[in-house]
Design a protein around this ligand. Structure first.
Ligand code: FE2
Length: 327
């Protein structure tokens, strides 16, 4: 279970996790959930597709919802620092023997589409159309007043392989969970580029699958307000876990499910991780305060349910270690 020395000069410079594209079966139901209830801003809307952003976001979108026959995930998007970085990324992925293509993506500049070692689709790009700054248009803030995308969390059938891969392209480990075996194995990792706990996390489970997107709210009070709103406007069953305080990351959270089961985490108040000598924090899988500082275990659905990537086979992990589950 090697924890590796961080790489500060990676082969190309990823700035941050940027966006996700989700397949949804009923776009009107998704619009009611994301826009009318959560308060996402609509940047563009067609009969087939919704492009959404948070109130802080200058990027055209951080969530794309596309009508599909299945609620699969189309791609995970990452912003790079420059076109030179994009050239270097193409070279690096080709060198690894991974597929590369350059789809025309609306509202987005030159885009590299590739995959991680388990086949999860990844888009790397530099430029996206920019939208009006709404951060100080407070009258337009509604619902959870979601500010921006914070992170992407995936199930992987092999945490070590996912960790090694993202480590190599410059993602730095902040916290991790391992088994208590004499020779411990990684069960989950949290890795960042932008300077807080994570841009991407991986948890042991049937994968590759998307577990959730984490979206930043201005305060914990916005999350508590969302609980009151969802409980009284027909979304009671869509609240899956929380509100609570994570042990891991220290963030205040609420996990909710959209009409297709895609999971969104309202997330705020983690911490700064830019120091080069930051030591990753280890958690035991058996620590009752790992998932929730207040000791409440997560439900079974949280450990088992996620969204497959379109056309990508899902594998069962070799590691069978059991987390603490609510009964
Ligand atoms: Fe999360």
């Amino acid at each position: 279970m090697p924890i590796r020395t961080p790489i500060f000069h990676p082969p190309f410079n990823v700035v941050r996790a940027s966006h996700v594209e989700l397949g949804v079966r009923d776009l009107a139901a998704s619009r009611a959930f994301y826009v009318d209830c959560l308060g996402y801003l609509v940047s563009e809307e067609t009969t087939e597709t919704l492009y959404l952003r948070g109130v802080e976001e200058r990027n055209h979108h951080s969530i794309v919802l596309r009508t599909a026959s299945e609620a699969a995930v189309d791609t995970l998007g990452f912003k790079l620092a420059s076109e030179d970085d994009l050239d270097r990324a193409v070279f690096w992925f080709k060198g690894k023997g991974l597929p590369t293509s350059f789809p025309q993506v609306p509202f987005q500049g030159r885009t590299l589409r590739t995959v991680d070692p388990h086949g999860a689709p990844l888009d790397f790009y530099v430029r996206m159309d920019q939208c009006e700054r709404m951060l100080q248009r407070y009258a337009a803030h509604r619902g959870a007043r979601i500010q921006r995308i914070d992170h992407i969390n995936c199930f992987t059938p092999d945490v070590q392989t996912s960790y090694d891969f993202f480590h190599e392209i410059g993602f730095r480990l902040t916290e991790y969970t391992e088994t208590d075996d004499p020779d411990p194995l990684l069960w989950a990792v949290w890795m960042h580029r932008k300077g807080n706990v994570h841009d991407i996390a991986f948890t042991n489970g049937r994968g590759p699958r998307l577990h959730h997107i984490g979206v930043w709210t201005a305060s914990a009070l916005d999350i508590l307000h969302m609980c009151d709103v969802m409980a009284t406007c027909g979304y009671l069953a869509n609240m899956e876990r929380g509100p609570g305080r994570h042990g891991l990351s220290n963030a205040f959270f609420l996990y909710i499910r959209d009409p297709d089961g895609h999971r969104v985490e309202l997330f705020t108040s983690d911490y700064l991780t830019v120091d080069p000598d930051l030591e990753p924090i280890r958690w035991s899988l058996k620590d009752p305060q790992r998932a929730t500082l207040w000791g409440h275990p997560a439900p079974k659905s949280w450990f088992e349910e996620g969204a497959a990537f379109a056309g990508v086979p899902v594998r069962t992990p070799a590691l069978a270690a059991q987390p603490i589950v609510a009964h």
